[in-house]
Design a protein around this ligand. Structure first.
Ligand SMILES: [Zn+2]
Length: 117
């Protein structure tokens, strides 16, 4: 009989594994923002965050991603990372912010929905 332990296991991915995945995806997204960031890639961090998938700190050129994000489909991870990159242009979630997200990722709403499952 199969035991259902999913609810008990905190996270199946290690921070190092998560960072490796995020860095891989970052290599695809960074070129889109190379000019915005003056050619300097952001510092990527992984943290065991409960309430947020990602945080962008433009002043420190730093993006922090939740450890648990690494368990989500790649398309959803790409969305979160792009979302945080767009904060280098717009700090708040105003219409201008979402216009940039949609410009780079027209299917972002479907990707975002994958985070909820
Ligand atoms: Zn945001």
């Amino acid at each position: 009989m199969e035991q259902k332990t999913q609810d008990l296991v905190p996270c199946t991915v290690s921070p190092a594994q998560a960072l490796a995945l995020f860095e891989q995806i970052d290599r695809e997204i960074f070129p889109l923002f190379r000019q915005v960031l003056h050619g300097q890639p952001p510092i990527l961090k992984v943290r065991d965050m409960k309430s947020q998938w990602g945080v962008c700190c433009p002043a420190k050129r730093r993006i922090t991603l939740a450890l648990r994000l690494a368990e989500k489909p790649r398309a959803a991870v790409e969305y979160v990372l792009l979302h945080e990159y767009v904060h280098f242009i717009h700090l708040n979630h105003g219409p201008d912010f979402w216009a940039v997200v949609e410009h780079f990722m027209p299917d972002y709403k479907e990707r975002r929905a994958m985070l909820k499952s």
